[in-house]
Design a binder for this molecule. Structure first.
Ligand SMILES: Cc1cc2nc3c(=O)[nH]c(=O)nc-3n(C[C@H](O)[C@H](O)[C@H](O)COP(=O)(O)OP(=O)(O)OC[C@H]3O[C@@H](n4cnc5c(N)ncnc54)[C@H](O)[C@@H]3O)c2cc1C
Length: 472
């Protein structure tokens, strides 16, 4: 007799949703459906084609610190298409270019002298008092000193999150800055010297056909394992009966649908998930959905009539008068061989409430051109075309009260039987793809064949996730 499989609905077809779906489907006990509002997989970690080149949503790399089990799966799916590449970036610091990752010889030759003397003075005098309240600014100033904060981290943070460092929670420093003290900075510099190399952070992995190839590989494997992915469908409701999930409602091109579900694993933004549940969450929980804020980003792609713009994969711009935060050249990641054309991708963090969110492609192209001219990186070759993409949820913003609101939503979701929120958007974390995949692997390991979550085991995973520190 055929055993009935437990219906599971996964929300979102980014890396976290697809990896969860694949691992559940391979267990054979579940009937897995993925709901994705876009027409493609990959979420923020996807890729698309532009003038014969595959481009990503900003600079994306698979970091070498990816867990071996996950890396082995990605390798098995991508084979020789997964390239190992040396990092080759530059940071603009007080009008000079410094190699990134930091390198001792390059620092000696290119670090602005006043900056170097300032860091030395901070180290000797230990003049690294932070403010009374623990904030992003206070923690970093204590760990790194005034000079590095003033010339790099503070202006960069303000551009990324849109708030001064004193209005960001201390957790943002712990989770987002891997070199949070001078000794850690020195260790990172030492790690780039052959022979002294303690880690392989000077290299990264990148799929030859764009970062989105990772999600596409999980998608292919998931569909082969029997997962149904429903594209261009948006979640309209998660239905509870007697405190447990029973169904998911969606709206798509073919109208509305109602899917039975024993368990819903959501990778969509936590506030959207909570707002979709019926019967509705209590008013104070719903109020917290309005308080959690994400930073948006406009990606501005400049199609250039030249084979290569620079040899660098990414340029970082902390300076306040340069509007963008980063510029990458996708060709320098995946080694695409297209003559006479390259694409530059500029990252412009912003809020959808700012007028720039509605700016035309031409206006945004001009903005990037001006930013690059200010950074002594003028466009010396003809610009063929400007294309833009917008991410509404690029980065979680850890405001000073975010913890209270996140905990309220997280606790409420935890108490709804059959509802689990994971991934970068679902756990409101700044995490890398390898972190979000670790969440997916953890979540799928914690379901029994009836779709019930082993809560104790999941709590152990959650404590582990708290230790993730983002890599750039
Ligand atoms: C500019 C930038 C650079 C980055 N660089 C790196 C890097 O170098 N290395 C790295 O490891 N990571 C990097 N990241 C992080 C990486 O993009 C994320 O870790 C990854 O995308 C998270 O995957 P996810 O599946 O958790 O979420 P997402 O990718 O956000 O996927 C969520 C999915 O849910 C869908 N969805 C949302 N709402 C609904 C709804 N209501 N109904 C149905 N579907 C919905 C979305 O369309 C999306 O497909 C970067 C991120 C950004 C923004």
């Amino acid at each position: 007799m055929l055993r009935e499989r437990t219906p599971i609905v996964v929300l979102g077809a980014g890396p976290a949703g697809l990896a969860t779906a694949l691992r559940l489907a391979r267990r054979g006990a579940f009937e897995v459906t993925v709901i994705e509002r876009q027409g493609v997989v990959g979420g923020n970690a996807g890729s698309f084609e532009l003038e014969g080149l595959r481009v990503d949503y900003g600079s994306h790399r698979l970091h070498a610190s990816c867990r071996p089990e996950i890396l082995a799966d990605i390798r098995a799916m991508l084979g020789a298409a997964l390239l190992s590449r040396p990092r080759n970036g530059r940071i603009r610091l007080r009008g000079r270019w410094v190699r990134f990752p930091l390198h001792p010889l390059n620092l000696a030759l290119h670090l602005p002298p006043a900056f170097f003397l300032g860091v030395l003075r901070d180290a000797v005098t230990k003049s690294r008092q932070g403010s009374a309240r623990e904030t992003f600014g206070g923690v970093l100033e204590r760990g790194l000193g005034k000079t590095i904060c003033r010339d790099f981290y503070f202006p960069y943070a303000e551009k990324i999150w849109g708030l001064p460092p004193s209005e960001l929670d201390a957790e943002q420093a712990r989770r987002r800055v891997s070199a949070g003290s001078l000794s850690k900075v020195l260790r990172k510099v030492a790690a780039t010297v052959p022979g002294l190399r303690a880690s392989n952070s000077a290299c990264f992995f990148y799929p030859r056909n764009g970062y989105g190839q990772i999600s596409e590989a999980y998608y292919r494997a998931a569909t082969e394992a029997g997962v149904a992915v429903r594209f261009r469908e948006t979640l309209t409701g998660v239905e509870l009966a007697d405190g447990r999930v029973v169904a998911v409602r969606t709206c798509g091109e073919d109208g509305v649908s109602c899917l039975p579900a024993r368990q819903v694993i959501s990778t969509i933004p936590l506030p959207s998930l909570v707002r979709s549940v019926t019967p509705p969450a209590p008013p104070e929980v719903l109020a917290s959905t309005e308080a959690l804020r994400y930073r948006a980003m406009i990606l501005i792609y400049l199609v250039m009539a030249t084979t290569r713009f620079t040899e660098y994969d990414a340029h970082y711009f902390p300076e306040r008068d340069v509007a963008i935060t980063r510029l990458s050249e996708p060709k320098n990641y995946g080694l695409a061989e297209v003559d006479g054309t390259t694409v530059l991708c500029a990252e412009l963090p912003c809020s959808p409430q700012e007028p720039v969110w509605k700016a035309s492609d031409q206006e945004l192209g001009a903005l990037v051109e001006e930013a690059l001219a200010r950074a002594d990186l003028p466009l010396h070759v003809p610009l063929r075309r400007v294309v833009t993409r917008r991410l509404e949820q690029a980065y979680p913003i850890y405001t000073l009260d975010y913890r209270e609101h996140f905990d309220r939503l997280d606790d409420w979701v935890k108490n709804q039987e059959g509802l689990l929120s994971i991934g970068r958007q679902g756990l409101f974390a700044h995490d890398n793809t390898h972190h979000t995949l670790a969440m997916a692997y953890g979540a799928s390991d914690c379901l029994d064949p009836a779709g019930k979550l082993d809560r104790e085991r999941w709590a152990v995973y959650r404590r582990d996730f708290e230790e993730f520190v983002v890599e750039d």
